[in-house]
Design a protein around this ligand. Sequence first.
Ligand SMILES: NC(=O)c1ccc[n+]([C@@H]2O[C@H](COP(=O)([O-])OP(=O)(O)OC[C@H]3O[C@@H](n4cnc5c(N)ncnc54)[C@H](OP(=O)(O)O)[C@@H]3O)[C@@H](O)[C@H]2O)c1
Length: 222
Amino acid sequence: MEKQDLTPFLVAGASGLVGRALVGRMLADEGGPGVVAVVRRPLGIGDARLTEVVTDFGQVASARVPPVGTAFCALGTTMAKARSEAAFRAVDLDAVAAFAGLARRAGAKRFLLVSALGADPRSRVFYNRVKGEAEEAVKGAGFEGLAVLRPSLLLGDRQESRPAETVAVVASSLFSWAMAGPLARWKPVPAESVAAAMLAVAGGVLEGVRIVENDEIHRLAA
Ligand SMILES: NC(=O)c1ccc[n+]([C@@H]2O[C@H](COP(=O)([O-])OP(=O)(O)OC[C@H]3O[C@@H](n4cnc5c(N)ncnc54)[C@H](OP(=O)(O)O)[C@@H]3O)[C@@H](O)[C@H]2O)c1
């Protein structure tokens, strides 16, 4: 049997919906690698296998982190929170790219990015374009293996209210019959499933660039 690499995982976005699910699963695997989380503020999780590196993400490229194995990025904001296109790009593109640079310097050979369904650097839709640009930026960072997950609408318990997402969740639940068929590509996905799919991909061979679309996330997590 191949020996498991126990070099710690590196995670950004650990306080978010996907990131919390991801770190929870990593720490629940007692025989697995520890976790180094790059955060803006402490997570409040007491676990000896978790190391937190608290930093301002404007300075993330120069944060000091120990050597790591695989890196996971679930960073992101919303236009409602960011309030301007520039502020949105600063998180969903610049902070993601800076985190990828940090991961490379800390020795990560593999990187898993939570992007979004429809990501495309040539899109006329601002959100999709920035997500696509972030994918391109991470591709350019030179990892041996890169997985880009493109989930549809995320499901899970949020502390904040996001009215547009709530409306979309209700609408898609009304059309759940169609989501099983031709609309499977858009079927909302639990954040837990995204985390499970990331770990499933990280647990296998990851070389070159692998795009994991929404329907595959559902399958990997099932
Ligand atoms: N919401 C959806 O339906 C949906 C659908 C498809 C794809 N996605 C994408 O999936 C990814 C994960 O989404 P999510 O819902 O889990 O995200 P989330 O709950 O909003 O969490 C976002 C994470 O990014 C961090 N972050 C936000 N602004 C930051 C800033 N200025 N500096 C540093 N860190 C910052 C947050 O840290 P703090 O806790 O410190 O703010 C948090 O850890 C994102 O890239 C998102 O765009 C979301």
